[in-house]
Design a protein around this ligand. Sequence first.
Ligand code: 5GP
Ligand code: ZN
Length: 128
Amino acid sequence: MQNSRAGSGERENRMVDCLFCRIVSKKVPAKIIYEDERILAFEDVNPQAPVHTLVIPKKHIPTTLDIEDEDNALIGHLIRTAGEIAKGKGIAERGFRLVVNTNPEAGQTVYHVHIHILGGRHMHWPPG
Ligand code: 5GP
Ligand code: ZN
């Protein structure tokens, strides 16, 4: 019998293979700056701005397209916490950007939903 996951590709990678799930379970080290029972925030390993922090749900959700009704409160908490982190880093008033890339053409490379908090420099528009 054919495995229903066969051919699903890296975008459907399972929790065991997921880098950010491994950061959640502390199997991969990261500079964690905030954690509660539902979410985790840590510094991006390859920062694109003076502030570049990632905020993720602990729950494995591959892309924004996989968010379900039951996740609404979780995603709200994620976005509001991103704002609190920006405040804590002193960039809220001058401005910051929250970015969520979805699928290859947008540049998503890790298939576990994450919000990029970018700030500390002028942000260009449109983004590249
Ligand atoms: P995406 O391209 O999927 O929107 O964002 C993935 C982000 O994860 C990138 O900004 C990349 O620098 C970051 N990243 C990739 N691997 C690691 C890692 O092992 N540790 C941390 N802290 N960030 C990572
Ligand atoms: Zn994951």
